[in-house]
Design a binder for this molecule. Structure first.
Ligand code: ADP
Ligand code: MG
Length: 467
């Protein structure tokens, strides 16, 4: 039954979504008209409910009739694997039992946090940078999960199952921006809440300072008053055991009181060396979401947004050129833009491709100015949705032959490889095959409008690089 359901689901949603949200599901049992499926986590369950409930209802109806019901069994990721069935429409929320057990209010510095001098809410400084908002945070495949989880947290701090929310990713990918956006959003909706943004480095320094001046109690009391704690770059806590211990207790206290905790790290929690196991296991209670390098479309969108907010104009071909060339992270992309604008005003020159190339040279050592064979093969294979290997294989399947011929055509057009060399790179074909391919593609361009359009679309991807 479940397989039939999957078939329908597969036809109705994108491949990526299917892989992410449906492949991990394990069908457990079918009792009468109740189908029970197992999902990996609470979050997973909530995501399915939020995004696919309509589709699920439909397939269950198709398979089991109007009396059909779907039940979820959620794997509780607390080490032991007791899972508990749950009905579709009644999401339950549990605080893991471990919190209650390990938190001990007897700890002297945690006693009566509210004893400390009352802090006037108007003077509470969130340490947030207001320019980081959701509005100017561009959404893309690279950050979709983290962004939407962040948005959910921003709207319902402390009450979603994303507590803590842990965002991780490499440098310059937007961790700080995202978590500050969460803070700003919460603050603007709830001016009375204590929202605090702090870098882990600052946290460590404050703690050390409090040890020196005998003010550990005040330090702890201050953090225990916070309603939303945003702590950036927790990898910085590694190896700092005393600070970790303090953080552990603050974390437990806040979490237990339903306060929201948001963290970032430059690597996934499992790779956080030098962090105590008990702390790491806390991080897993909520949701961990990663940020990837932005893809081409996202890079374009980020440049457009930046231009718009800075009120500058950059020609389209330059934007494309930048988006193609700077594919590491957003910070670098912004750096290139700023330098480009600076050079343009300094030299009183319009921003054009030439200037862009010059600007890039200063920043990135090896700008790719020539399209290479690898890039062509990869791009064409992707475009025709065939595997890279098949371009070099013997197969004569029609789609593959077409993709292969097109890739050869572009190789001839945009690289300095000889026909012989091109043949060599396509699985050892001889140069007459390459000539034939190039000819076939040229003919098709002349006779087949749709084909011509595909070629033009591909051409765009190569042109910017080839200039
Ligand atoms: P990280 O903390 O991961 O090192 P930052 O949050 O400091 O990265 O981001 C680096 C720069 O890139 C910031 O100026 C930020 O505003 C910008 N940025 C990152 N991601 C995005 C995005 N998705 N949309 C718009 N700007 C972004
Ligand atoms: Mg950062």
């Amino acid at each position: 039954v479940w397989n039939n359901c999957l078939q329908v689901i597969k036809d109705n949603i994108g491949e990526q979504s299917y892989k992410t949200w449906f492949e991990p599901i394990v069908p457990l049992s079918l009792a009468g008209n109740v189908l029970t499926i197992q999902v990996p986590s609470q979050f997973f369950y909530e995501w399915l409910e939020e995004h696919y409930v309509g589709l699920l209802k439909k397939v269950v109806f198709q398979e089991l009739g109007s009396e059909g019901r779907l039940e979820y069994s959620i794997i509780v990721d607390q080490g032991n694997d007791h899972s508990k069935p749950q009905t579709v429409n009644i999401p339950t929320k549990k605080v893991p039992a471990a919190v209650a057990n390990s938190y001990s209010p007897e700890r002297s510095f945690l006693k009566n946090p509210f004893e400390s001098k009352a802090i006037d809410r108007h003077f509470f400084n969130s340490q947030l940078n207001q320019s980081y908002t959701f509005e100017n945070y561009i959404e893309g495949d690279c950050n979709r999960l983290a962004r939407s989880a962040g948005y959910a947290v921003a709207n319902k701090p402390g009450t979603t199952s994303f507590n803590p929310l842990m965002v991780y990713g490499g440098v310059g990918l937007g961790k700080t921006h995202l978590v500050q956006a969460i803070g700003n959003h919460i603050k603007s909706n709830n001016p009375d809440k204590f929202v605090l943004y702090v870098s882990s480095e600052k946290f460590v320094n404050q703690f050390i300072e409090s040890l020196k001046t005998n003010n550990v109690q005040d330090f702890a009391n201050f953090y225990l008053l916070v309603d939303i704690l945003i702590i950036d770059d927790v990898q910085f806590l590694s190896g700092k055991e005393k600070t970790q211990e303090m953080f552990f207790h603050i974390f437990n206290h806040l979490h237990q009181s339903g306060k929201q905790i948001v963290m970032t790290s430059d690597c996934p929690p499992r790779d956080l060396k030098g962090l105590e196991e008990r702390l790491l296991s806390r991080f897993k209670w909520g949701l961990t979401a990663d940020l990837q390098s932005p893809d081409f479309e996202t890079r374009m969108a980020i440049i457009y947004k930046k231009m718009q907010s800075d009120g500058i104009h950059i020609p389209d071909n330059v934007i494309e050129y930048l988006a193609y060339s700077v594919d590491t992270n957003v910070r670098e992309l912004e750096g290139v833009l700023i330098s480009l604008i600076a050079q343009s005003s300094l030299n009183r020159k319009e921003i054009d491709l030439e200037l862009a190339k010059a600007a890039l040279k200063h920043i990135i050592e090896d700008v790719e100015t020539e399209v290479n064979l690898d890039f062509i093969q990869k791009t064409v294979a992707e475009y025709f949705q065939v595997s890279l290997d098949s371009l070099k294989a013997k197969t004569r399947k029609k789609e593959i032959v077409t993709a292969r011929q097109v890739a050869m055509y572009f190789a001839k057009e945009y690289t300095s490889h000889s026909l012989k060399s091109i043949g060599y790179h396509f699985g050892g074909r001889d140069h007459s095959t390459v000539i034939h391919s190039v000819q076939t593609v040229s003919d098709l361009i002349d006779t087949d409008k749709k084909f011509k359009a595909s070629i033009q679309e591909l051409q765009k991807k190569f042109k910017v690089k080839a200039v």
